[in-house]
Design a protein around this ligand. Structure first.
Ligand code: UDP
Length: 235
């Protein structure tokens, strides 16, 4: 395997699949299958889940809510996804722990860095819920932060598109896909792959990001094996 410890960021949108809202159970099952193979291969895997399939703080604040309050609702949405994902993973035989950035000990462990690392060393998957626990942040930034904290070799950004394009491939059929690009290029050209805080954190801590399509069979395994899929962003 190309990586010994990886962190995968799964957006809420990805969990939603083709549904207009919420979670598609079939997608959870298919992610769980892929993840079980990754764990069997010996690569340690942590997961950060988003919440956009249920609630986004920015949308709430646009509708008149206080932004910080709306962001807390968004963070709670990520916990629902984290627990659902844990359920799917455990049904696939993958020992999983959820750790939340906001304590809710009846349903998950609180985020404790050293404990998370210990779980990973024991071959358990750790799902981080609740973002980083602060409003005005995103789960992309959380992925960058947690990856740095647990010394992950790489971040996999699993999305609905198969990489980073110079323009939106859904709107522009002639959009060109980047095989490789630098963090600086992403920042300078304002390429919408992750928010700039997340990109800057990865750049400063030299954590490469692989962007790929979650819905192509076995892509998580291919990414872990270091196969050339999607787009690679590095220093
Ligand atoms: N959020 C937050 N702080 C964090 C992470 C998330 O306030 O550290 C809130 C924010 O409102 C965001 C929502 O949770 O809109 C869902 O997260 P995100 O939009 O990153 O999910 P994704 O787009 O990956 O589904």
């Amino acid at each position: 395997m190309a990586y010994s410890r990886a962190l995968i960021k799964i957006s809420g949108e990805a969990l939603m699949g083709e549904k207009p809202y919420g979670i598609d159970p079939e997608i959870v099952t298919s992610i769980a299958k892929d993840v079980s193979k990754v764990v069997e291969s010996g690569t340690q895997l942590a997961i950060v889940v988003g919440g956009g399939n249920i609630f986004r703080g920015l949308k709430g604040s646009a509708a008149g809510m206080d932004r910080a309050t709306a962001d807390y609702v968004g963070m709670l949405a990520t916990v629902m996804n984290a627990i659902t994902l844990q359920d799917g993973l455990e049904r696939a035989g993958v020992e999983t722990r959820v750790q939340t950035a906001i304590e809710m000990q009846q349903i998950a462990e609180p985020y404790i860095r050293r404990r998370a690392i210990r779980h990973l060393e024991k071959g358990r998957v750790v799902v981080f819920g609740g973002g980083c626990g602060n409003p005005f942040f995103t789960t992309d930034t959380t992925a960058a932060l947690r990856a740095a904290e647990i010394n992950a070799d790489v971040i996999f950004k699993a999305t609905k598109v198969d990489g980073v394009y110079d323009r939106d491939p859904k709107k522009f059929p002639d959009a060109i896909k980047y095989k490789e690009l630098t963090f600086q290029e992403v920042l300078t050209r304002e390429i919408a792959v992750m928010d700039s805080t997340a990109i800057a954190l990865c750049k400063d801590n030299k954590i490469p990001i692989v962007v790929f399509n979650l819905f192509e069979a076995e892509n998580i395994n291919k990414a872990v094996a270091g196969e050339e899929i999607g787009s690679l962003i590095t220093n």
